[in-house]
Design a protein around this ligand. Structure first.
Ligand code: SAH
Ligand code: SF4
Ligand code: F3S
Length: 490
């Protein structure tokens, strides 16, 4: 075992002391509400001068948690009297919700910030806010303040609920407003939400992460694990169902830890059984499940709750036990496979997906070969694969890579080849079958086609008209490709 794993653990312990979830008090939320009113007044004055509401442009980078956070930002801005646009050049307020998980995610944001500078030269009144995981890192926030003077507001994920106050202060002050205070984090309930899709919704059940995988920045930028109270989650899902939402995805970095910080003994298995009872909800998905905590109680709850989709995302990261230990993942490949086999046996037709990192610093060629072997054994329907990216402040960042960059890229491509063949084979097994699809709408690549998903999360394309969006229809599969299925309505 490497020395940095121990460092990771002691860091973990420091935070474990503060286990019970904290909630933002109502009085604090009411205080923030006053700033929403002030912004609204300001926007009414804007409207009387320019005969239109100020327009906000929102852009989300990163994962579903960020998507869900953006929906909250949109809700808060809507309440404060903003209109929305999908063109930053026509906006009065730009909000980038950023991601820090890999270097290319950050590079993309820096590129976008550069473009905004030119837009702002033509629209000097335009307010620019950066929020999310990337700017929670001190060195990044400092760099932005130093190099990008056109940024007016910077705040981290834990200050999200305070956005109306921070934004108002940014309008009033002439300097950039920054709030990236590092706190354990607390839960703010009842923030307004304005969602994208009418029939599907993300619902965060917990925030933060306590796992400290040695490559990962998330625990440092998202704070400690904290669970929302089950009543609040159920209340939100009932509201969604009333509004016509029929599919929900429960979100958390490690949903298996859900409830550990609650004062009642309720875990994620209990929660999905309760969600299964909500009238109007037809499909329940969730992510992400950490293999170390994935177990029989959840498998049983999945198998026994008819609305829970036969779909499991179980990130493996590596097939080598040595690399898994260096990553601080706390399971072996054999333990992982055993759990997977159990789930497959208990849940018929289970679709599987995973995350894999190629080129973790201590990964040797034989470790990579172990990962390939695991892909063949597990037979995932799809994988999300990433080349390791060094994240400042994480234990693995101190290590030199064993393999060369060329070799890592070669391995990465080899892995895709192996997986593509498995994915295609698994998709081909659908040809001739009739599946139920929740229709998302018109396909982005072909406007004569509709696109939707099966309960196993397979993308299905088929001819049909737009008004079917949001409905469940039976489709006969006629063709299968690596990434999607094709068919016709029956
Ligand atoms: N909490 C989730 C995933 C969060 S991040 C989980 O544990 O599964 C999503 C994925 O990004 C991870 O599963 C991992 O595969 C990848 N990832 C995280 N940090 C990375 C890094 N530094 N370099 C490359 N990939 C990384
Ligand atoms: Fe990152 Fe996921 Fe590990 Fe948490 S469990 S440290 S989010 S990879
Ligand atoms: Fe998600 Fe990226 Fe943050 S993956 S949790 S938005 S670092």
């Amino acid at each position: 075992m490497l020395e940095y794993t121990l460092q990771g653990n002691s860091f973990e312990r420091r935070f474990q002391e503060n286990l019970m979830a904290k909630y933002i008090e109502e009085s604090e939320l009411l205080r923030i509400g006053e700033y929403t009113k002030l912004l609204k007044k300001q926007n009414e004055i804007f409207e009387s001068e320019y005969s239109r509401l100020p327009r906000a442009y929102l852009e989300t980078h990163g994962c579903q948690q960020n998507e869900n956070d953006t929906e909250r930002i949109r809700g808060m801005l809507f309440e404060a009297g903003y209109d929305f646009t999908d063109d930053p050049a026509k906006s009065d307020l730009v909000v980038f919700n950023t991601c820090a998980v890999r270097e290319n995610a950050e590079d993309k944001v820096f590129g976008r910030i550069g473009i905004l500078k030119h837009i702002k030269e033509r629209r000097p009144h335009m307010m620019i806010a950066l929020c999310g995981c990337m700017v929670q890192q001190k060195h990044i926030a400092e760099r932005i303040q130093k190099v990008h003077e056109h940024i007016d507001l910077i705040f981290g994920p834990q200050a999200l609920y305070r956005m109306p106050e921070l934004l108002y202060n940014a309008y009033k002050s002439r300097k950039a407003v920054v709030d990236i205070e590092d706190s354990v984090g607390a839960i703010a309930e009842d923030i307004p939400v304005l969602r994208d899709a009418a029939h599907k919704a993300w619902v965060s059940v917990m925030y933060g992460c306590n796992n400290f995988c040695t490559y990962c920045i998330v625990p440092y930028v998202r704070g400690r694990e904290r669970s929302r109270r089950p009543e609040k989650i159920i209340e939100e899902i009932k509201e969604l169902a009333k509004d016509g939402v029929s599919e929900i995805t429960l979100l958390g970095q490690n949903v298996n830890s859900y409830g550990l910080d609650l004062d009642e003994e309720k875990d994620f298995a209990d929660l999905i059984r309760r969600v299964n009872e909500v009238d109007g909800i037809k499909r329940i998905r969730f992510m992400t499940s950490h293999p170390k905590d994935f177990g029989d109680r959840l498998i049983d709850a999945m198998a026994e709750s008819e609305k829970v989709c036969p779909q499991l995302h179980l990130p493996l990261q590596s097939g080598s036990d040595r690399v898994l230990a260096d990553m601080n993942r706390k399971y072996t490949s054999a333990e992982y496979l055993k759990k997977l086999e159990k789930a497959k046996k208990r849940i018929p037709n289970l679709a599987l997906s995973t995350d894999i990192i190629v080129g973790f610093p201590t990964e040797r060629q034989e470790d990579f070969e172990d990962t390939l072997e695991m892909l063949k054994k597990a037979e995932y329907d799809s994988i999300f694969s990433f080349i390791y990216s060094r994240r400042e402040g994480t234990p693995a960042a101190k290590l030199e890579s064993v393999l060369s960059e060329e070799k890592i890229h070669e391995n990465f491509n080899r892995m895709l080849e192996v997986q593509n063949e498995i994915s295609l084979r698994k998709n081909k097994a659908y040809v001739g079958k009739v599946v139920t699809v929740l229709i998302d709408g018109i396909s982005k690549t072909d406007d004569k086609m509709l696109t939707g998903r099966t309960d196993t999360a397979k993308i299905v394309n088929f001819p049909g008209s737009a008004e079917l969006a949001g409905s469940y229809r039976k489709v006969r599969i006629t063709d299968a490709r690596t990434w999607s299925l094709y068919g016709e309505l029956v």
